[in-house]
Design a protein around this ligand. Structure first.
Ligand code: ADP
Ligand code: MG
Length: 454
């Protein structure tokens, strides 16, 4: 109604034109960015198209802020069956998307985008088998390997696969940090409310699943009450034949603070490791990324790709990061310099972490905070005040202050030019909150472990 009113006024339609041609139009369907409009029997589709298609498209774009295709249909149009099918398909796509979203999944992490090499073929095959027959083959599936080698990517692939092939299955993906923080909250709320409903909600959420994926289990370790609760969650799911998938940076036998009864259970199913990729696999991953991110247009020379694959060896996130950085540097120079080895070596400079003697610097801390919360470095350095950005920013201030001896003033400059008192306020706030807020304290200690792995 708003759109056709706009059309009437903007195009000065007379009452008779408006009531004859425009008012009787009916929206048949909107599929993605196409609007199908039914023209009633007495009017001519050709005429309306010629006279009103363009103005209508403009009005739709003005009112909705999105450009739509407009297709006029007569009531006996032969395309109507086809459109109905399209609508059903689009609807299903939307539904499966929202299921994947609900399950907390990255749409890019699927089996299709995962490059199989000697370093991960066993973990890949095990994951695919579990995805094809959840609860029937390896239960639990325990994936382990170093940082940035594809554990999370494989877990999301399994979840996507199951949701796509059996949309009725309930799939939940969480990090062990989320599991722990939600447990802490449930315990606390259960106490203050004086009833068990917070706890039973928590249990419902974790037990009422066909597939539960817990990422980075190493971070629940050492917390007795969490291990206890996870033990019961595990038993509940396992005895009812539900699939459990766990990832960690180490195999169960090497996780020192893991309770024996959990260790035994983790060893019941299949344990698969992912190791660092060899040169061929690194090349294949770079090629895949160029294809997926449509980077062909930059014509990155072969020797540059080989240079990156030769020098970034132990972390696929860094491998991808180097390529992103290369393109960013190229764009920053307004495409004036060429993409060559010199530019590539500059791109690699601030990405490769020499694992063993990795120095804890403000840059490293900011990188890890950014990745942990999924907030960009640009946002962390900005002045945005919404809590999902300002809390990570304050945590970064706190960690930089406590893990390096950077003065408050320099932290402010580093974080995009904040003044000394802003940084002090942030540091003080987090310092106080980690002593009172158990979930915040859990999150901060996980980030510390990521910065300084023992
Ligand atoms: P982890 O969870 O083991 O730390 P991730 O699963 O987050 O590692 O992987 C880090 C990055 O590397 C992600 O962007 C992921 O898509 C990519 N990646 C890892 N392994 C592969 C692979 N075999 N093929 C393609 N991309 C990969
Ligand atoms: Mg991960």
């Amino acid at each position: 109604q708003e759109i056709i009113e706009h059309l009437r006024i903007e195009h000065g339609l007379s009452n008779v034109s408006f009531s004859t041609w425009i008012q009787p139009l009916k929206v048949y369907d909107v599929i993605e960015t196409t609007v199908f409009i039914l023209v009633n029997m007495n009017a001519s589709v050709e005429y309306i198209e010629k006279k009103y298609l363009l103005p209508l498209k403009v009005c739709i774009a003005e009112i909705t802020g999105t450009e739509y295709e407009v297709i006029f249909l007569s009531e006996d149009d032969e395309r109507i069956d086809e459109i109905q099918n399209m609508a059903i398909e689009a609807n299903q796509k939307k539904k499966s998307k929202s299921a994947a979203e609900k399950a907390g999944l990255n749409p890019k992490y699927t089996f299709d985008t995962f490059v199989v090499g000697g370093n991960n073929n066993f973990a890949h095959a095990a994951s695919l088998a579990v995805a094809e027959s959840p609860g029937e083959v390896y239960n639990p599936l325990f994936l382990y390997g170093g940082v940035g080698l594809g554990k999370t990517h494989l877990m999301h692939s399994i979840a996507h696969f199951i949701l796509e092939n059996s949309p009725k299955k309930k799939v939940l993906y969480v990090t062990s940090e989320t599991f722990t923080n939600e447990l802490i909250d449930a315990l606390k709320n259960g106490k203050t409310a004086g009833n068990e409903s917070a706890m039973s909600k928590f249990r419902d959420k974790y037990r009422n699943n066909d597939v539960l994926l817990i990422d980075d289990i190493q971070f629940i370790i050492g917390k007795e009450s969490t291990q206890e609760e996870f033990f019961h969650t595990f038993n509940h799911l396992h005895t009812s034949g539900k699939q459990i998938i766990i990832s960690s940076d180490k195999p169960p036998k090497d996780i020192e603070t893991l309770e024996a009864r959990l260790r035994t259970r983790f060893e019941w199913g299949l344990i698969a490791d992912i190791s660092a990729p060899n040169y061929e696999t690194r090349m294949a991953i770079l090629q895949k990324k160029i294809e997926l991110d449509k980077l062909e247009k930059y014509n990155i020379p072969q020797d540059v790709i080989e240079y990156i694959a030769t020098n970034v060896k132990t972390n696929i996130r860094e491998l991808e990061g180097s390529l992103n950085k290369l393109i960013a540097l190229y764009k920053l120079n307004n495409n004036a310099t060429e993409i060559d080895i010199t530019l590539a070596s500059e791109a690699l400079k601030d990405i490769i972490s020499s694992k063993n003697n990795r120095e804890v610097t403000p840059e490293l801390i900011l990188d890890i905070v950014s990745e942990h919360f999924g907030v960009s470095i640009v946002d962390l350095k900005s002045n945005k005040r919404n809590a999902d950005i300002s809390t990570p920013r304050q945590i970064a201030m706190y960690l930089i202050r406590s893990m390096t001896d950077t003065p408050l003033k320099s932290i402010g400059i580093f974080l995009g030019g904040k003044d000394h008192s802003t940084v002090k306020h942030g540091v003080d706030k987090i310092t106080k909150e980690v002593t009172t807020d158990e979930t915040l304290s859990n999150t901060v200690s996980i980030i510390k472990k990521k910065i300084n792995p023992a």
